[in-house]
Design a protein around this ligand. Structure first.
Ligand SMILES: *Cc1c(COP(=O)(O)O)cnc(C)c1O
Length: 376
């Protein structure tokens, strides 16, 4: 049995009940552990095409400035985002990944006696951020199995948990790890129905991948709903997860409060120049979307052919119901050099989350899984 941490009783109350985030296994750790080579990682929803060449060139050019602090205000990146999104730079808050912005929101608006509302199976970082500041997280049940949007956020159930203590509602659209999403009308009506004294955070980390016609662009609503905060990231389709850069778009007054809490140099200089270059590279985004759309179809079909159930996803990953404990499948795939993501920590022990790879990677995954099923 693990010994209790000897400083636990000194830690802040919210920290005592926390379990750390469990990331996808890094490739070299897996290869060391299993003594294998040439493995592939389909575990963290990274872009299998990598970063755009333009971002690599921008980083190379910026090397000579590494001894200088970055621009703490992120002037050029905010300008680039503002002109791309048609908003004022003052509405933007940059973060060390959008994870940083989610934590800033919790630190800014939550206290030990306030509450946040999330959905069951929502991205786990929301709960971690809420608990870390000692606030209470209310978790709304998702639509049940059999429902057209099974596993997806049930906005009525979320609204029912809002009380006078609620300060933040976190909504992932689409959600990770489920891949489920909310359509424009239902989400807009929900925002409209909630008091302006509750901050509504819409996390659009996968927004660029979604092809559904009635998927909303929540940034367009920020001028109408002053309590709305939309978060986005360069970690997913832009292929820059290793650099850590994301942002939120909100009312300027919310951005100004987040800016009080933010570390002065939270986004490093290489991340800033790479993000600017990536924003200006629509071809890389377009080819990433195409590779993903094809891969999603191939994997969904392949999984169904093997008898597994797939939750319809609009992201760059797929949640697959293995029909029984998913851990043996996870282990067998690891031995075959394919890293996927178990999601038992989400209360989904029968599921695996699989990131869409390149065509070759997807085929390798399906071949490995097919032989695992056949030798079962
Ligand atoms: C990956 C992810 C993020 C962002 O991660 P960062 O790398 O910190 O920008 C945010 N929300 C969801 C739902 C994600 O899956």
């Amino acid at each position: 049995m693990a010994m209790e941490n000897r400083f636990l009783r000194l830690a802040a109350e919210g920290i005592r009940g926390l379990s750390p985030y469990v990331p996808g296994k890094p490739i070299d750790e897996l290869e060391r552990e299993y003594g294998i080579r040439n493995s592939i990682k389909l575990a963290s929803n990274e872009n299998p095409l990598g970063p755009p060449q333009s971002a690599i060139r921008a980083i190379t050019a910026a090397q000579s400035e590494l001894s200088l602090y970055p621009d703490g205000g992120g002037f050029h990146l905010k300008q680039a985002l503002a002109s791309k999104l048609g908003i004022e730079p003052g509405c933007i808050t940059l973060g060390n990944g959008s994870n940083d912005v989610l934590v800033l929101l919790a630190e800014t608006f939550l206290t030990a006696d306030s509450e946040a509302v999330v959905s069951q199976y929502a991205f786990v970082v929301y709960q971690l951020a809420v608990q870390a500041v000692g606030a209470t997280c209310k978790v709304a049940a998702v639509y049940p199995a059999g429902h057209a949007k099974a596993y997806g956020h049930d906005l009525d159930a979320m609204r029912a948990l809002v009380s006078e203590k609620t300060r933040i509602i976190f909504i992932a659209n689409p959600n990770n790890p489920t891949g489920t999403w909310l359509a424009s009308t239902e989400l807009e009506q929900f925002i409209d129905s909630v008091s302006e004294d509750v901050i509504i955070v819409i996390d659009e980390a996968y927004n660029e991948y979604v092809e559904e016609p009635d998927y909303p662009d929540a940034v367009e609503w920020v001028n109408r709903f002053p309590n709305l905060v939309v978060t986005r990231t360069f970690s997913k389709i832009y292929g820059l997860a290793g650099l850590r850069v994301g942002y939120s778009v909100s009312h300027q007054d919310i951005a100004a409060l987040l800016n009080r809490v933010r570390q002065p140099f939270n986004v490093n200089s290489l991340a800033q120049v790479a993000a600017i270059a990536a924003l200006d590279d629509p071809d890389h985004v377009a080819s990433s979307r195409t590779v993903n759309a094809n891969g999603l179809r191939l994997l969904a079909q392949g999984m169904e052919d093997l008898g597994f159930t797939v939750i319809p996803s609009v992201g760059n990953f797929l949640l697959v119901d293995m029909g029984r404990d998913a851990a043996p499948y996870y282990e067998a795939l690891l031995r075959a050099g394919v890293i996927v993501r178990p999601v038992a920590n989400y209360g989904l022990p029968h599921h695996l989350r699989i990131t869409v790879g390149t065509n070759d990677q997807n085929k390798r995954l399906m071949a490995a899984l097919t032989s695992i099923v056949e030798s079962d």
